[in-house]
Structure formats: C-alpha cells, structure tokens
Design a protein. Sequence first.
Length: 341
Amino acid sequence: MSEPLRLTSFSKGSGCGCKIHPAALEEILHGVDFGSHPGLLVGNEFRDDASVMEFPGGQLLIQTSDFFTPMVDDPSAFGRIAAANAISDVYAMGGTPLMANALLGWPEDRIPAAMARELLQAAAALCREAGIPLAGGHSISISEPVFGLSVTGSVLRENLKTNRGARNGDLIGLCKPLGSGILAAALKRNQLKEEAYQELLQLCTGLNSAGSKLGILSGVHAMTDVTGFGLLGHLMEMCRGAALGAEIQWSCIPVSAHARSLAAMMIMPDNTFRNWNALEREVSMNIADTAAFAVLNDPQTNGGLLLAVSPEDRNEVEAIAPDCAWIGVFDGSLSGIRVVD
C-alpha cells in the first residue's frame, strides 16, 4: 500500500515560515519607487499589515494579500488556515472584511486536482464564517503548492489602527499563545502527537475578529498581528514605527505547552534563526528558560493580535478580547527590546 500524499513534503518552508528573510526583503525593497497617491493613507513605508485608501466621506478601503506553502497535510485544514491568516490582516487594521479572492498555485502534474478543490471548499467555508464571500481568484501551475487570499475590507478613519501608533507607557497585549511554527515543524518531521496537532489547528484557524471591535477603542493606539517574523520581529516593527523601546516579561507570554516542550528538544523551523539574525543587535535577552529563544522568534501563522494600549483602557480591551495577555510595556528610555524573566 502506498503512503498517503503529504502536502508538506512539497515545500521547503511551511505557513508564514516561508516568508523571505527580513534582511533579504529589505534589500529587495530598498530604493523601489512605489509612487504616491493623494488618497493612499497606508502604503509600504512601515510594513503594515495592509494598504489603506481613503474615499470621500471618511470611509477607508483596506486591501491585503497573503499566501504561503502548506504547514499541514490535510488540504481542508490548509485552506482554512490560509484563509484565516489572510483575513487577519484586515482585523489587525481595526477593519471589517468585505470580500476575498483566492490565490492558488498548484503542481497539477503531481498533486490531484481533487485536493485543490477540498482546499478551496474549506477556504470558502471559513470566509462564510467571517461573513464574507470568496468571490473569485486566480490560479497558476507551479512547482510548490501555495494558497492564500486577497482580502478587501473597510474601516472608518477614526478607527484605523496601524503598527506605529504606540505611546510611551502603553501596555503590550498579545491575544493568542505562541508556538504554531514549532508545532508545524514537528508535524513536518512526523514528531507531532494528535493532541498537539489539534492545538495547531485551533491556533491557526481562529479568526482574529476582535480586531474590528478593538479598532473602535481610542485607547488602543497601535495594532498588528504576529506572523512570519515572530513576536520579536513584529514588536520591533512597532517600536521602530513609534521611535520607542519595549520591555517584555517572558513569564507573562502565553505559549503552547506542546510547543514549549518541543522547543526544549530543539525542534523549530529554520526561519527561527533567520528571524533572530535580523534582530539580535537590537534585542537584550538573558533569561534562564532555554525554550525562550525558539518561542520568541517562532514564525507564527495567523498569530494573535499584538496591541499597544493605554493602561487606563486595559479593562475595555479585556471585555472585547478576554484572552489578551499583558506581556510588557513600551518604554521611551529603552533602545530596542529587552526581555526579562
């Protein structure tokens, strides 16, 4: 009997861990003239989650696209994960998704078309859960399977959140446990138990829909989601955008128990080290737990919302996002990120 076909066997990376290395991306983008437009409020300058265009009357259009290689072998799970991950970019801007189009690359000579159909059916179902249609899309024949969405959303100007509005003294909130990249790496190596696999699916398919409601709160000064550059990478983007440093407390950071155990066994994606190499000069990390390095640099797929919140608005945020963990503070006296026990 032949072995079942594994989608992860067709790709080098997995999920958001297949992103181009931050330093390489900087080299690619350096000097590129993207032009300007009087209605463009958010472009490529600060690596925000989505671009934003203003229309008359104060309504803003949010546009994003996100796709990646498989991090699971089941095509239905892959479709749901990729869809949730792409829609998250709209939530991370404080917006409401309106519609989506599919982006599919498929090695049609090596993987049956039926698996691609399963993937699309699952993605469409996830979009319906988010209250939007999967309206169409584009497909190409390619050597590695890739899938994602282009998502359109909207937000009122006064509710728009970017990754660069943090203020000195703001609390740092994280709305989902870390560890999905580590779990996916274990799955790819046939070292993930069923209970841990179910946690991986739960983490990666959960909609970050709280972002739409958090966008209404004036005390939420900045927001992004944690994806391929890991917690430290996306927090550093927030620090740079606000010209602030940050201190985070390792013991306060929510982490998948399964991922923590796997990290202690040195099971982690390759991009863990690539993420750290892009940040190590700006991060002070001297803590006892050997799993911290792997977890803090772990490339997440559909990771949690990362918030900068006025201390006075902490309770309002918890009412909307009860799972939000307070992991640190933005500090203007610091340069870069300091991690403490």
